[in-house]
Structures are given as C-alpha cells and as structure tokens.
Design a protein around this ligand. Sequence first.
Ligand code: NAI
Length: 357
Amino acid sequence: MSGSSRQQRNPYPGFFLKGDKMKVAVFSTKSYDREFLDQANRRFGHELVYFEPHLRRETALLAQGFPAVCVFVNDTLDAETLARLAEGGTRLIALRCAGFNNVDLPAADRLGFTVVRVPAYSPHAVAEHTVALLLAVDRQIHRAYNRVREGNFALEGLLGWDLHGQTVGIIGTGKIGRVVAKILNGFGCRLLAYDPYPDPECRALGVDYVPLESLFARSDIITLHCPLTPQTHHLIDDNALKQMKDGVVLINTSRGALVDTRAVIRHLKSGKIGHLALDVYEEEADLFFEDLSNQVIQDDVFARLLTFPNVLITAHQAFFTRNALENIAQTTLQNIADVEQGRPCPNLVTLEMVARG
Ligand code: NAI
C-alpha cells in the first residue's frame, strides 16, 4: 500500500528479486485470459500458473508459495482470504480489472500487501457496451431478433423513442462516464451528471452537474459509472427509484451492488421502470462467466429478473473487446514487473482511493 512511511523507505518490501522471475498464481482463468496473458508474457517472462477457480478463502491454499496472485472481478479477497494468502507467502495482489471493491484494503494494508490494478484498459469498451444496451432496449433489438427468426414480422410491442432530445443522467463521470457523455452528446441527448468531482471535459461538452435528487427527478435514462464503495452500495434503492420519472430507463454496467435488485424488481412490477439493462448483478459471482445452460438457476431473484420482457442482461461482458484484453494483459504484467524490480508503479491501489470513493 502506498502513503505510509514504510513505503518511502522501501516501496515493496521483499520484492527485490532482480534476476528471478515472479511466480504468479492466476485465478479465475478462462481460455481468453490465458491467450492474452501468454502472448503479452513473451516480453516479461513471468512464471504464470493458471487456476480456474475463483480466489476465495476455500481456494487460497492454491496460492501457497506464490509471491503474487492475479485476480479478477469475482475473486473475493476478504480479510480471511488475505490472512491465508499472507501465511502462504503471497505479498502482491495484481488485479486485472479497474474496480477494487472485492479487496478488503484496510486488511491488505495491515498485512503488508502491495495491491496493483489496471485503471484504464479501455473506457471505450465499457462505454460502447453501455450505449449498445441502451439502443437495444430502446429499439427492442433483442426481441426483434427472436421474432424475425420465428417468422413474426409484426411490430406491436416494439415501439421505441428517439434518443435525440432525451435527458440522460450519468452517475460518475470518470474515464467511462466521460466517454458515455461524449457518445450520447453525439446522439443529441441532454446530459445531466452527478459526481463529487466534476470533470472539466464533460463541463466543456455542456454536461450539467446537478444534485443526485435532481438527476433522479429529471432523467429519462439513468446510467451508472461510479465505483462500488460503502457510500455507493445500493445507491439505487427504493427511495431513489421513487424519485425517478415513470418509465425511466436504468442501465448498470458498473458494479451490481450499486443497485438493490429486490427494490428494482418491485419497481419493474409496478411499471415505474420502463426498461432495465444490466451487465452486472450483485450476486453475479456464482453465475457470470460460466456456462450454466444445463443447470437450474438457484438464484430466485436473478431468475425473476429474467422473466421481464423489458429487462436485458449481459453477463459482465462490457469490457470484453480484443483491445481491452490486450491492455489488461500488458498492464497487469508490467505492474508485476515494476513491483518485482522495485520501480515506482503508477497503478498502486491505495487506502486514500477508498476514502475518495
Ligand atoms: P473512474 O475512477 O475513472 O471514475 C469513477 C468516477 O465516479 C469518478 O469520477 C468518481 O469521482 C466518481 N464517483 C465516486 N463516488 C461517486 C458517487 N458517490 N456518486 C457519483 N460519482 C462518484 O472509473 P471508471 O474507469 O470510469 O470505471 C467506473 C466503474 O466501471 C468502475 O468502478 C468499475 O466498477 C466499472 N467497470 C465495469 C466494467 C464492466 O465490464 N462492466 C469494466 C470496467 C469498469
């Protein structure tokens, strides 16, 4: 962790391994992770050992003897998992994602872990997927696709609206929210935003920063691009939904737990929410990234969501472009090399970042 006096003396205690290559336990590995990491690793020569399971307290033992673990969004690095990793000799956590809500950072700090991440692998990938979801629910592309394949060419039920002139509320105008603002500006949308740290580029674009309550009350479409922190957990709850326009379109490509799914289901049933598009879900860890098509889904809340005709869900694929995977692999391995060689790493995750939200 940065920011401590310990770091000024020695940024990464125990990592001056010049000559040795870092042995990294890569968790939650899929074929595409392996492909892109192996390709990028030709430049670095780290020893990458791939594990399919998520990292959680039950699987932490797999990392015994590895100085570094490489993890993704649905690995759970709570205090217990971190304690087990520390016991096994691990000292570096390399996140191959931007969000770090799945790491107990105060515990990581106490245990002396260095945590690095990939802050920006392709904001365009996520922003473009957000807009793809918006266009899909607006023009009901997912339903039209099925209808036409079945020889049903009727248009009843597929009526959309022009995006031009719609008011879109963007919550969080960091790297991704800013790109969403630029794209939707091109569509001729009116743009509102809420962010404790307004972005000058968005301001220059004409984005109107307003209090959250005003954004809820005035937006036809609301899209979430803020991080998941204790302050933003269930940001979209019963109270927030009640303040929104009837028929509001809600899009979440950020983190599932920003949204209280049970509250959303109530407001879908009442008709308050016109359309819902999700790329993330608060209990996604046991569902997403796996082929469960031969199994019965045990999560009743998720199963209920799937029954609504006006809900479109993708399984955390917003980041999933070739460009993004190349950048993730390259930056992750560079982060590991920086720590290994004792060089300053620009992608450290610090306790101050949690405080900032
Ligand atoms: P960023 O750090 O550049 O921007 C986040 C913005 O949210 C900042 O401007 C920050 O000031 C603002 N913010 C913080 N607290 C807020 C609050 N309470 N209300 C409103 N705004 C607040 O992050 P970036 O790269 O734009 O990513 C945003 C989120 O997108 C990530 O935290 C991650 O959870 C998610 N993500 C999802 C992916 C996917 O595949 N679905 C891929 C990559 C990121």
